[in-house]
Write a protein that binds this ligand. Sequence first.
Ligand code: THU
Length: 143
Amino acid sequence: MDVKERLPVEELIRKAKEGREHAYAPYSHFKVGAALLTKSGRIFTGCNVENAAYSPGNCAERTAVFKAVSEGEREFAALCIIGGAEAGCLELCPPCGVCRQVLMEFCDPARFPIILATEEGKWEIHTLEELLPLGFGPGNLKK
Ligand code: THU
């Protein structure tokens, strides 16, 4: 992708790390943070929020998307994700299938960049389409 120069990657990594500080993961002990950049220039952070009943838990990415949408933002420029075991190092943390599908609702899969980072200076970037090929989105219902 050639979007690297135009994206505030280092700032998004810092924000994703800030989000991760709030992760509530007493069951998996795997903490994730996300930073979602809107086209209007705002950054929404998110963290995973687990639950004693397990399935109601929410991923960091969806937390960020839902925060943004609930504040009137629906147009997104990029997402950054950072995660790793509570006691270990940060590792590349690709979004789960449910989060990919939620992103598909709001983002152009061919253009939307997802930054998977471990540290400032250490990251890779993928489009949503690379992570969710032939995804089903709002356009499929209009055909
Ligand atoms: N998790 C996320 O928040 N985002 C991901 O991309 C992968 C997984 C969370 C869900 C759960 O709280 C914990 O990480 C372990 O799966």
